[in-house]
Design a binder for this molecule. Structure first.
Ligand SMILES: [Zn+2]
Length: 195
């Protein structure tokens, strides 16, 4: 088995012999293994990593423009400095959001709480059930808190009194799949017709 040099002399001989190679202007810098970070898509594919060539337009478009992460959040995800992210974005021509109009500075900011088609959504870009806009349905958060566990993949939450914005925990019933969830709606529909 081949091992590295074990003495100071051996080490400096190795450094001497490698110097020319390391000094090559075009040699590719590889992020050491322990510093590598990756962002995976929901399907488990590598969406981006902090290896330089992978801080790609596709990656930054997805995280910054589609999922609305901040440059700082992306930097933390990928274990690079925020400066690296902003420099790379400038290189790729991705316009930075003005810090003045995002988040708390925006007059439209409602503490990360929005209403969508009658449902309440909370800004939590890192939550596993977050939509592409970085928001999660509040009923999922309430259910998870009440049951002390994450909502399993594919499960759906039903509002018992049919009021989509009433997220009190006793109003929320989880179904293991869409079909089971639909059944209760069908049953209620029939019941209302017979009345
Ligand atoms: Zn329902």
């Amino acid at each position: 088995m081949k091992t590295g040099p074990t003495t100071i002399e051996g080490m400096s001989r190795l450094i001497e012999s490698k110097k020319a190679e390391w000094a090559k202007p075009n040699s590719v810098y590889r992020t050491p293994e322990y510093r590598r970070k990756q962002v995976l898509s929901h399907k488990g594919q590598v969406l981006c990593s902090n290896q330089r060539h992978l801080l790609s337009a596709e990656c930054l478009t997805q995280l910054y423009l589609n999922e609305k992460f901040t440059q700082r959040e992306i930097a933390v995800k990928l274990n690079v400095s925020p400066k690296t992210v902003s420099r790379r974005m400038a290189e790729l021509g991705i316009a930075a959001r003005s810090s003045k109009v995002s988040g708390e500075g925006n007059p439209a900011w409602k503490g990360g709480r929005i209403e969508k088609e009658g449902y309440i959504m909370i800004r939590m870009p890192n939550h596993p059930h977050a939509k592409a806009n970085g928001y999660v349905y509040e009923h999922i958060l309430v259910w998870e808190q009440a049951h002390g566990q994450p909502l399993p993949e594919g499960w759906e939450i039903h509002h018992d009194n049919e009021v989509k914005s009433d997220n009190s925990s006793q109003n929320l019933i989880a179904f293991a799949n869409h079909r089971k969830h639909l059944k209760i709606h069908m049953a209620k529909y029939k019941l209302n017709k017979e009345k």
